[in-house]
Design a protein around this ligand. Structure first.
Ligand code: NAD
Length: 448
């Protein structure tokens, strides 16, 4: 059983908060300035642990380690299958510690323990295995020969990557970034969110046991304006991959432009529409809408925060939605009957509420639904509920968003690229697109 005591989480009486220092060059170390910050259990407001706080100086040291590992170390030089083998071993080790890792995210982020155990931690190992399998399939192409030259392309790892991730899915966000960039042969510095540093440090410990060489994966907890900004403005980081708010994404892009023009990929906020047509099964549609807005306390970038319902079923839908919402169980995230844990402080990023608040609107025609759905500066995802294939196809093509769910919501697959249109950002996570995001193309041309 998983419980929480004064020291943090424990599973079967084994304490899980084991790592509270920065992980740099394969070792747990204190921050240079010796600073620490508190990470809090949102259920109780109690301090779980005091974590070493990474500052600019620590980011510098971590980047040097990552640079050395990239320029001189084995990781980028291993064959893809050798890298894949180590990623597989890491996944196996994570499998052996699923309960502890799930407990860490549950106490640090107020997430449902059973959801972390059944979905999020297993999702991490699925992601690792997906990219482990892809690592030996990275190849360039032979180009058309002219009379004088022969040419081919090489796909090379982009170099040292800085990853900056948010607090709502500490495990998923860690692996969404780390799995493809490691498979590509990059080295990296990852800054977890200041609210949720615990599982990232544990994953780093297991990475070392799996055989990931020192300096390849560095984890530096700290605050956005200090450690995060030190990553985005660093002169020796080749790419920054960020998930978080649109406001921070803009700051990161500015810092990248003002420093070394490092590449940037941004997974930002959303205001995702769910469009429900008259022919939908109203009961199922209400369930989808509720899942879309209440899953993970509404602290989901793709939350279905705008629901458009066609006029014929609007009243019935509204009634069902309210009934189902009233039956939603809120409480202790360690209780398996509970569907929603404690709400963290609500962070309002521009007009994205990032909480369980849904706007419901009636529509008449398909054109009106499309226009309303597109009436946002965001374009992360959208949902459509209908039995009519023509409508589903037309709406899918007309909505400017990176993911469209038809008769489902929040369905993620490792091989389905995920990322935004418009102000929801650019650059994909998931799928081979995410692997290519961490590779660059070199053309090699030689006379025949
Ligand atoms: P946030 O942007 O404040 O923080 C995210 C990360 O950025 C944290 O690690 C933080 O420390 C860091 N950060 C903050 N300021 C920084 C700066 N100036 N320079 C560098 N790094 C900085 O976001 P948040 O409010 O904690 O997270 C919620 C947001 O994340 C929501 O807008 C949500 O939609 C978005 N999100 C997007 C996705 C996606 O895949 N698109 C997934 C989850 C969350």
């Amino acid at each position: 059983t998983a419980t929480v005591n004064g020291e943090g989480a424990s599973v079967n009486n084994i304490p899980t908060v084991k790592f509270t220092q920065l992980f740099i060059n394969g070792h747990f170390v204190d921050s240079v300035l010796g600073k620490r910050f508190e990470t809090i259990d949102p259920r109780t407001g109690e301090v779980i642990a005091r974590i070493s706080e990474g500052t600019k100086e620590d980011i510098d040291i971590a980047v040097k380690a990552a640079r050395q590992a990239f320029d001189l170390g084995p990781w980028p030089r291993l064959s893809g299958s050798e890298r894949g083998k180590i990623l597989m071993k890491w996944a196996d080790l994570i499998d052996q510690h699923t309960e502890e890792l799930a407990a860490l995210d549950a106490i640090d982020a107020g997430k449902l323990y059973h959801m972390c155990k059944a979905v999020e931690v297993p999702g991490a190992t699925k992601s690792l295995r997906y990219y482990a399998g892809a690592a030996d399939k990275i190849h360039g192409e032979v180009l058309k020969m002219s009379r004088e030259f022969h040419a081919y392309t090489l796909l090379e790892p982009i170099g040292v990557v800085g990853h900056i991730i948010p607090w709502n899915f500490p495990t998923t966000m860690f692996f969404i970034k780390v799995s493809p960039s490691l498979a590509a042969g990059c080295t990296m510095v990852l800054k977890p969110a200041e609210q949720t540093p615990l599982s990232a440090l544990y994953y780093a410990h297991l990475a070392k046991l799996a055989g990931i060489p020192d300096g390849v994966l560095n984890v530096v907890p700290g605050f956005g304006a200090i450690a995060g900004a030190a990553i985005s403005s660093h002169m020796d980081i080749d790419k920054v991959s960020f998930t978080g708010s649109t406001k921070t994404g803009r700051e990161i892009m500015q810092a990248a432009a003002k420093s070394n023009l490092k590449q940037v990929s941004l997974e930002l906020g959303g205001k995702s529409p769910l469009i429900i047509f008259d022919d939908a099964d109203v009961d199922k549609a209400a369930e989808l809408a509720l899942l879309g807005i209440l899953f993970n306390k509404g602290e989901v970038c793709v939350a279905s925060s705008r629901v458009f319902v066609q006029e014929g079923i609007y009243d019935e839908f509204e009634k069902k939605l309210v009934e189902k919402a009233k039956a939603w169980v809120v409480g202790d995230p360690f209780d398996p009957k509970v569907q929603q844990g404690p709400q963290e402080d609500m962070l309002i990023a521009q007009d994205e509420i990032f909480g369980p608040v849904m706007a419901l609107k009636k529509f008449k025609t398909i054109e009106e639904a499309i226009k309303s759905a597109n009436n946002t500066k965001y374009g992360l995802a959208a949902g459509i509920v209908t039995k009519n294939l023509d409508i589903a196809n037309t709406v899918s093509r007309s909505i400017r968003a990176g993911t469209i769910w038809i008769n489902c919501y929040l369905a993620f697959e490792d091989d389905a690229p995920f990322g935004g249109y418009k102000m929801s950002g650019f650059g994909k996570d998931h799928g081979l697109d995410a692997l290519y995001k961490y590779l660059q193309v070199k053309s090699v041309i030689t006379p025949i």
